[in-house]
Write a protein that binds this ligand. Structure first.
Ligand SMILES: [Fe+2]
Ligand SMILES: [Fe+2]
Length: 176
């Protein structure tokens, strides 16, 4: 068992999933103000996570010659771009659902969110199967610790984590 494994970053994936699940629970309850806050917070957290990966992890991958098929930086970056495109569509559908009490826009939102989640799950599975094992292999323990210390999901000016583990339904610290 190695120390400082990149698989520790999966805790952030789980936190993101918790946040999205809380957003969806609020949608189902038609608590649109809460659902909107959670959706905005989720986007900030996702942006932070993707940015940390692109700044801290992908350059290491780029320098590594033995990248297996499907493991290139370009492919991971393209997935991030596509995730944000689908998320833009979710936000648009959300606005429509929140502004209209009829079932059709709500159904369209649920379907758009399912599309987004499908790609998200595919992406984090590829990070699990390809990205994290590769990074664990190519870096020594000290280097892994150094890189992981830069992946904290914390807001620079306050030091608050964007995805603190929710205890029940405790208030979360919202991104500005
Ligand atoms: Fe990613
Ligand atoms: Fe990730």
């Amino acid at each position: 068992m190695i120390q400082n494994t990149f698989f520790s970053l999966e805790a952030y994936h789980h936190d993101l999933e918790d946040l999205f699940a809380r957003h969806q629970a609020a949608v189902v309850e038609k608590h649109f103000a809460e659902a909107f806050t959670l959706l905005k917070h989720y986007r900030s957290a996702l942006e932070c996570h993707a940015q940390e990966e692109e700044q801290e992890l992908f350059p290491i991958l780029h320098a590594f010659a033995g990248v297996p098929p499907g493991g290139s930086v370009e492919q991971f970056k393209a997935e991030h771009k596509k995730l944000f495109e689908l998320f833009d569509a979710v936000e648009k559908r959300f606005q429509e659902a929140a502004a209209n009490a009829s079932p059709a826009p709500l159904i369209a939102l649920i379907e758009e969110e399912a599309r987004y989640k499908g790609l998200y799950e595919h992406h984090v599975m590829r990070e699990h199967n390809v990205l994290f094992p590769m990074l664990d292999r190519v870096l020594g323990d000290t280097e892994r610790a150094r890189v992981l210390a830069n992946c904290t999901m914390r807001v620079a000016d306050t030091g608050e984590s964007l995805v603190p583990r929710p205890k029940g339904h405790d208030a979360i610290v919202l991104a500005k």
